[in-house]
Design a protein around this ligand. Structure first.
Ligand code: DGY
Length: 327
């Protein structure tokens, strides 16, 4: 059997190519920092047996139509909204992904954004750079206390659970959540309470978004939703920027309908430097770095390479989005 050809669509940690090469695969690497355009991705994928890709790659119907040699798609991310999963499934193409590896580091970022936003940390750092640290001010630059507050998790999956654990452990927060279905195990472990969406909005001091991007969640957090939140609430999004409408978020903050926002994901990405959110005292923005620790990215590389190796060895793909294609 000739060696299988795998395209690595971005510069991933070396763990991925090392593992694939040690297992006899022929690896092609895209060596530019930027992602490929959809056209480049299709052209470069042709002739490969699998691709190791990530959220910046558009893998929709046209890709599958043109790249007929590709028998497996291995995503380096837990989210996979960049891939037409139903089309892959229809064609019998397994799609791998990297759950778990990202949970703790992304929860750290959600937790960090809460503290940074509640205490205006990025804004105050910028004010020092501007020479504005004059003297101690008893009644200025005041933030919010997080202890004993209510955390509302939208989407209590792996990352939401890790975030809730941090908030409960550090600040004794009450945890309420809203999901498509109830998570009884998390309720028992965290003492979390399931509530309907409107209750989540009206009772939470912090609303933290951890859902997948789907047609139902696309721009769900809009004008109407922000207006139902507490005026003292902080909105945190570490999931996908498209889950919030950014114009509506800016307006809600400007009008004081909510108190602050901490974003690791923006709509659109990348955020432009003129975005008013970057000038607001109570807003903290990071450039989509939730999973960005050395350990997590190495583990994501291992998981995504292992998915490919196991598939071509005719063994169970360990981390798979559409297991039904292999049954
Ligand atoms: C994911 O895994 O979906 C993140 O957005 C990137 O790590």
């Amino acid at each position: 059997m000739s060696a299988k050809k795998i395209l690595l669509t971005r510069i991933y940690p070396k763990v991925a190519s090392d593992l694939l090469e040690e297992n006899g695969f022929l690896v092609t690497k895209w060596d530019k920092e930027r992602p490929m355009t959809s056209k480049e991705l299709i052209e470069n994928s042709k002739g490969h047996d699998a691709i190791l890709c990530t959220l910046t790659d558009t893998i929709k119907e046209q890709f599958f139509k043109e790249c007929t040699t590709v028998k497996m798609v291995s995503q380096f991310a837990v989210g996979y909204d960049n891939i037409a999963i139903s089309e892959a499934t229809r064609l019998g193409i397994p799609v791998g992904y990297t759950p778990d590896a990202v949970s703790e580091p992304t929860a750290d970022i959600a937790f960090g954004l809460m503290i940074a936003t509640a205490r205006k940390m990025f804004y105050l750092h910028k004010s020092i750079l501007k020479g504005e640290w004059g003297y101690f001010k008893p009644n200025s630059d005041l933030g919010l206390t997080l202890k004993n507050k209510t955390l509302g998790i939208f989407g209590l999956g792996r990352i939401g659970i890790e975030t809730a654990k941090l908030c409960k452990g550090a600040y004794n927060m009450d945890i309420i959540y809203h999901n498509r279905s109830r998570n009884k195990q998390a309720e028992a472990e965290l003492g979390a309470t399931y509530v309907d969406f409107n209750t989540l909005l009206s009772q939470s001091d912090i609303v933290s978004v951890h859902c997948a991007l789907t047609p139902e969640t696309k721009e769900l957090f809009n004008k109407e939703v922000f207006s139902k939140m507490k005026s003292t609430a902080i909105f945190i999004n570490t999931a996908r920027g498209l889950v919030h409408n950014e114009t509506d978020l800016i307006e809600a903050l400007q009008k004081g309908e909510i108190w602050g926002a901490g974003l690791d994901v923006t709509n659109p990405e990348p955020m432009q430097t003129e975005n008013p959110l970057l000038q607001m005292e109570n807003v903290t923005v990071l450039p989509h770095v939730g999973s960005g620790t050395i350990d997590a990215r190495d583990e994501m590389s291992r998981m995504s390479a292992t998915n490919i190796i196991e598939f071509f060895k005719n063994r169970a793909v360990p981390y798979i989005v559409n297991p039904e294609v292999l049954q």
